[in-house]
Design a protein around this ligand. Structure first.
Ligand SMILES: [Fe+2]
Ligand SMILES: [Fe+2]
Length: 261
């Protein structure tokens, strides 16, 4: 932490000089925690759809841990489809629907529309940090490789402008992350790799249709995507979560987000 900021936080240089080393260490730890609190909105590592886990400390003595269907969440069927996930877990999914609708309106190929429609489901379902990678992995067994590739790489590309194709650095990111923010080196490397890939524009279209997709007044519905999902998403007969695919467990976590184990 910045030395001057720290000295100011304890009331100046003379106040600092009067402190014992133990007090100084405590003050530094406190100041660093404060600084962290001022900077971060802490994301949940794994979403529980706004419900507290039932094993929260305030639970009554003798209460059982949550296992199975959480009665506070919409009950999911034994063979859930992607549509059912949209209705019972991603809802209202306005941002996703708006992104898909913009891609549809722009006359983009169906694969690109699907990629826009699903681009943030990693963050909406399991994990917010590195959401592009999580979303791509979740979808990989069920979509064309181009779709999951694009979702994976929108994660990195959204931090880098490409004015030639109509994508500026999002003004919101300056507010969210600060003027001087630069992503980690792995993000720079991933963006560089994606820029030179044949599917670059598919991933870039996600970014283009993403930035404008936060209109609270837009009227969108999943209905306009039912056919595109039908043609481009390989819905497993056993239901998502129960088909033994490499990511079935991730879908199950979305079905049962509050299970104790
Ligand atoms: Fe995203
Ligand atoms: Fe997004």
């Amino acid at each position: 932490m910045d030395r001057r900021k720290f000295i100011a936080s304890v009331g100046g240089a003379s106040a600092l000089a009067a402190m014992s080393s133990m007090e100084k260490a405590d003050a530094l730890e406190y100041a660093m925690t404060e600084e962290l609190d001022a900077r971060i909105v802490r994301p949940g590592i794994c979403t529980t759809y706004g419900k507290e886990p039932m094993n929260a400390p305030k639970a009554k003595e003798g209460a059982k841990f949550m296992m199975g269907h959480d009665p506070r969440l919409p009950l999911m069927s034994d063979k859930p489809t992607l549509i059912e996930f949209f209705e019972k877990r991603f809802a209202p999914a306005n941002h996703l629907l708006q992104s898909g609708a913009l891609a549809l309106k722009a006359g983009l190929p169906e694969k690109t529309v699907l990629a826009c429609l699903l681009h943030d489901i990693g963050g909406a379902t399991v994990m917010r940090s590195d959401h592009g990678y999580w979303g791509a992995q979740l979808l990989e067994p069920y979509v064309d490789e181009e779709v999951s590739w694009a979702i994976r790489h929108h994660q990195a590309l959204r931090y880098f402008a490409d004015e030639e194709v109509g994508y500026s650095y999002p003004e919101a990111y300056i507010r969210y992350f600060g003027e001087d923010f630069s992503p980690e080196p792995y993000i720079h490397e991933a963006a560089e790799y994606a820029k030179n890939h044949k599917w670059y524009m598919t991933a870039r279209q996600i970014c283009i249709n993403d930035v404008y997709s936060f209109d609270p007044n837009a009227v969108v519905s999943l209905d306009m995507f039912i056919d595109i999902i039908g043609r481009n998403f390989k819905q497993p007969e056993e239901g998502l979560g129960y088909d033994n695919s490499p990511t079935a467990h991730m879908w199950r976590t979305v079905i049962f987000p509050n299970n104790f184990l």
